[in-house]
Design a protein around this ligand. Structure first.
Ligand code: SAM
Length: 299
């Protein structure tokens, strides 16, 4: 860790926060003080750091996932569940050129930047001036500013400011249908992928109509419904397969019928099955919304 880096102080899964590492800086935790000059600078990200009262914390690198969990919210943000689907369905990879609007709090932007580095580029458009400036500042602090261009303009009126360069376009704005034409212009001539996030189905319907009008194909809408794994331990009765295998009189047909009997029995009677319900975990963060994907094809 160096002076000026952002780090995540991790006290537990429910308790972590970002700090800016500074010569002479101090951070208070319930385990005591962390002194940046002696406890952080020169240490590796991931180190266990002992605070002044003797308790310890981990100090972690701000991965996009940790940044999403800790960033200062200026808007609603996209969470890692949606982001993982967006990354996969937009076929993002190192070297991809991506256009995004709005930038919002930069949650998705950080994930895109990590995926397309070191040779790709993100053009992100935000019409709220302070949000655009704050995002720029954070990209500089996180030393990814060479991978991203922030534009402060209305994407519905002025588009992305680039033409025929993008492999993918992502929209998270209230009226995405007004920006579909600009998305098409920003995509490469040979085509590419587009995705729009909307919280309600009426917005999705209007966006799909606009996509159709502009000749997009392969339209797909996914609804992301986060849910907690319900972990159970189940004991099944041991199937009685008989001892026919070394019995010369036992035919293949007999063994097959015994196996199928066993599979019928694998639905265990109540007195045999032992269900142990998992302790419910904290709800997975995320909010319901729809992700609509489409392709701009050459023809
Ligand atoms: N995806 C972002 C994230 O993960 O942090 C959150 C985006 S936030 C929900 C929507 C943003 O779009 C807001 O910051 C808003 O100011 C911006 N916005 C809305 N309409 C816009 C437009 N026509 N042009 C540019 N930005 C717009």
């Amino acid at each position: 860790m160096k002076d000026g880096d952002t780090a995540i102080v991790f006290l537990g899964h429910d308790s972590m926060f970002p700090v800016k590492v500074q010569h002479g800086g101090q951070t208070q935790t319930k385990y005591g003080v962390i002194r940046h000059s002696t406890d952080l600078i020169g240490k590796r990200f991931g180190s266990k750091v002992t605070c002044s009262k003797g308790g310890w914390v981990y100090v972690l690198h701000p991965t996009p996932e940790l940044w999403t969990m800790n960033l200062p919210h200026r808007t609603q943000i996209l969470y890692s569940t949606d982001i993982s689907i967006i990354t996969m369905m937009l076929e993002l990879k190192p070297g991809s050129v991506v256009c995004e609007s709005g930038t919002g709090s930069g949650s998705l932007s950080h994930a895109i930047i990590r995926t397309i580095a070191p040779t790709g580029h993100l053009y992100t458009v935000e019409f709220h001036q302070q949000r655009a400036e704050k995002a720029k500042e954070e990209f500089c602090e996180h030393k990814v500013d060479h991978l991203v261009t922030v534009k402060n303009q209305d994407v519905c009126k002025n588009g992305f400011g680039v033409t025929n360069v993008a492999d993918a376009v992502f929209l998270d704005i209230p009226s995405p249908w007004e920006a579909i034409g600009h998305a098409k212009d920003a995509l490469k001539v040979k085509g590419g992928r587009v995705c729009s996030f909307s919280p309600c189905i009426e917005q999705v319907q209007r966006t799909c109509l606009a996509m159709e009008e502009h000749g997009f194909t392969e339209m797909n809408t996914l609804e992301i419904l986060p849910r907690v794994y319900d972990v159970r331990t189940v004991s099944l009765p041991v199937a009685d397969l008989g001892k026919g295998s070394d019995d010369p009189s036992s035919s293949g047909m007999d063994r097959t019928s015994k196996l199928s009997q066993a599979s019928v029995c694998s639905n265990p009677p109540q007195d045999v099955a032992q269900f142990k319900s998992g302790v419910p975990l904290k709800e997975v963060v995320g909010h319901t919304g729809y992700l609509t994907f489409a392709t701009k094809s050459l023809f």
